[in-house]
Design a binder for this molecule. Structure first.
Ligand code: GCW
Length: 678
């Protein structure tokens, strides 16, 4: 039965005609196995080609027939060295794939400067076959634009996953280090196939126990599984670990004993894991300990850890998601207020990890004002893959368009074209250390992600981390072809459905710039009326500010002035209710119910129209899917159909609850033609 376990690396037999063509381009496989990475590259090619073509090409040492595949680096393969290919531009992790004549025979070469680039090239070559791409005239080369491409697991040591909707943690701490489950290898293969090169194993709300010898041995066992796939292990470090584990009285970063404790800990880690990646730290946020507890800055804390890791090549990913009562007037301003003044104060091996928006992974937020505002600091992107605010496991929401919208946003930091993508790939201010993190949606569910469509969000995160300027539509198309079928009658409507799905969710949950209207705590389902939370800024009413006059959060100069955190041209645009993009209207402005929208309708009417539209879109998605019965296996078809039914029901719930509540304040009639809930 189809259970989604293989993700996009299915390698099922291709149609006979297609397989025949590809077989003529896969007559021999010439590849070394002198290193673990070379070996897994060979295994992957054999598995993939064997699966798709019915048999893997035989291994050989020399090109003796047309259709050989020659794989390796100039250093590992004398044959490749003799080809004198120009590989300089490929860097450490890049590759080229080229159709070329070797010994008078037509061959395909997959070449990198290092084994890992070759592995990435092998996955790309397999993808060409998986997506039905011709392979007779190849001239491809690619290399990542971002250095650190990580998944952050919010996995706890007890096996639970914070904001995880795909079952328990895949890390079976109890059986580690002695049982490195095969699933870890499949996890590594999957990540390598999309260029992920790092994994933060444990929750940012960290338990210090992960740094004890017992756990470090388990971590080392995972690192051993991941290493051949180019994946480094990172850990979330609890800032107060020197107190909890070391028995010290303080975790003050200026205290020499504290520094010594971390140095000794780092030595211990590197002895077990020579390529350990470094620490992720969530400090002074949501109750986590941090340097500010001792009157020190975030830079003081980050630099202390950076200094102990630097000699071994490790880095610190220090999160800017700081969130406490420091900014009672507007939570959206806090990260910028705390970090912007520290620009230029961080060590070279520190990456500040910035969430895409100023609040928290909402269906739509403006880009974080930190992007472009800290030219002397390396900033990395943090996207959420797990759908905490987007319907958990069941709602079909493809996040590619969200990622693309943020990455292509123009910060105007150095004039037009200063996109967030250029901040992230380091090109805007010349940073060598760059990164993208995705908060993972992986769990021990058979299909890993809670639904087959959620797998696409893992996939697109990896592909966009590799190249933040890629089109989310093209990535969706690759994913659909690899995951389901190459049948154009299926691919086209499904890609269209995915591409529209995020806007549908915005419409039925939080249209026109509304945000944080989810039930407090769990974040599932609507609660715009909720004022029960003890902290003001956990209450949906705090964010919508709806009253009898209007709705929306005034962040303009007459309100919290959060707009002033953006570069002047953007600030001016967001400050002006007329110039603010309507999709962000209520993020930045408190607007009267009768305000005239660009369509000529009142805000009230348009709000209702958006909620209605969101539900219509989901109905349309169900309809699309209904017509696709028969193109794929019944198991995966049925589950998606059932989940779409849940999504439709819950989209209606969102629409009806939100309209009912806002109408109790607006006291306006429903637009003519609006059919009230049955
Ligand atoms: O979105 C919020 C989540 C928390 C999470 C926090 C963070 C890991 O509700 O569960 O904690 O963000 O990103 O630190």
């Amino acid at each position: 039965a189809e259970d989604g376990y293989e993700l996009w690396l299915r390698y099922h037999p291709l149609a006979a005609e297609q397989a025949t063509i590809y077989r003529s381009h896969a007559t021999q496989l010439i590849i070394g196995s002198a290193t673990p990475t070379q070996t897994v590259t060979r295994e992957e090619l054999q598995r993939g080609l064997g699966g798709m073509l019915g048999r893997a090409p035989p291994l050989s040492d020399a090109v003796t027939s047309d259709g050989a595949i020659v794989v390796g680096t100039p250093a590992s393969s004398p044959l490749i060295a003799r080809l004198r290919l120009d590989t300089k531009s490929l860097g450490n992790e890049g590759y080229l794939i080229r159709s070329i004549v070797v010994n008078g025979r037509a061959a395909t070469v997959i070449v990198g400067n290092n084994d890992i680039g070759v592995l990435y090239g092998a996955f790309h070559f397999l993808r060409l076959l998986q997506t039905n791409h011709p392979v007779d005239h190849l001239d491809l080369h690619d290399s990542p634009r971002v250095k650190v491409r990580v998944l952050d697991h919010w996995d706890n040591l007890d096996g639970s996953v914070e904001r995880g909707y795909a079952g328990a943690s895949i890390w079976d701490w109890f059986k580690l280090p002695d049982w490195p489950a095969p699933r870890y290898t499949d996890y590594a293969r999957t990540n390598a196939s999309i260029g992920i090169n790092g994994v933060v194993l444990n929750n940012a709300n960290a338990n210090s126990q992960i740094l004890t010898p017992t756990y470090l041995e388990k971590v080392a066992a995972l690192a051993n599984v991941f290493r051949p796939y180019g994946i480094r292990v990172y850990l979330s470090a609890r800032f107060s670990a020197p107190i909890e584990l070391g028995g010290l009285k303080t975790a003050d970063p200026f205290d020499p004993q504290v520094q010594r404790w971390w140095r000794t800990k780092a030595d211990e880690i590197y002895k077990l894991i020579p390529d350990f990646g470094g620490f992720l730290v969530k400090a002074n946020s949501e109750g986590q300990p941090g340097p500010r507890d001792y009157g020190r800055t975030h830079a003081d804390g980050a630099n202390m850890l950076a200094d102990v890791l630097a000699p071994r090549g490790g880095i610190v990913m220090w999160r800017t998601f700081v969130y406490s009562q420091a900014n009672p007037d507007d939570r959206a301003k806090q990260a910028y207020d705390e970090f912007k003044p520290l620009d230029g104060h961080f060590r070279a091996n520190v990456l500040l990890q910035v969430k895409n928006g100023p609040i928290d992974f909402q269906p739509r937020e403006p880009f974080s004002p930190l992007f472009g505002a800290m030219p002397k600091t390396s900033l990395m992107m943090e996207f959420q893959i797990t759908k905490e605010y987007l319907g958990f496991a069941t709602h079909l929401v493809y996040l590619g368009p969200l990622y693309e919208e943020v990455l292509s946003a123009d910060t105007m930091a150095h004039g037009k074209g200063s996109t967030v993508a250029k901040v992230i790939d380091g090109s805007l201010d010349n940073h060598a250390l760059t990164g993208v993190a995705g908060d993972a949606n992986v769990g021990s569910d058979q299909n890993w992600c809670g639904s087959d469509f959620n797998q696409a969000n893992w996939y697109v995160l990896g592909r966009m981390a590799w190249n933040p300027t890629q089109s989310s539509r093209l990535i969706a198309e690759d994913w659909v072809r690899m995951t389901f079928t190459n049948d154009q009658a299926f691919v086209k409507p499904v890609v269209d459905m995915m591409m529209g799905s995020r806007e549908a969710a915005v419409d039925y949950m939080t249209p026109l710039g509304l945000h944080h209207q989810m039930g407090p705590g769990h974040h599932y389902g609507p609660a715009p009326w909720d004022a029960s939370e003890s902290e003001a800024d956990w209450r949906p009413v705090y964010y919508n500010r709806a009253d009898s006059d209007g709705i929306g959060f005034d962040r303009s100069s007459t309100g919290s002035d959060a707009v002033a955190q953006y570069a002047p041209p953007i600030a001016a645009q967001f400050n002006d209710v007329k110039q603010t993009p309507e999709e962000l209207l209520l993020w930045f402005h408190h607007v009267p119910w009768d305000y005239r929208m660009r369509s000529g309708q009142t805000l009230w009417y348009e709000l209702v129209a958006h909620y209605t539209h969101g539900v219509d879109d989901v109905q349309q998605m169900r309809e699309t899917w209904r017509h696709l019965n028969g193109y794929i296996d019944p198991e995966r078809y049925q589950q998606a159909a059932a989940f779409l039914a849940i999504q439709e029901k819950e989209a209606q719930w969102w629409r009806d609850a939100c309209i009912a509540y806002f109408q109790s304040l607006s006291q306006r009639p429903l637009p003519p033609g609006f059919s009230p809930p049955q």
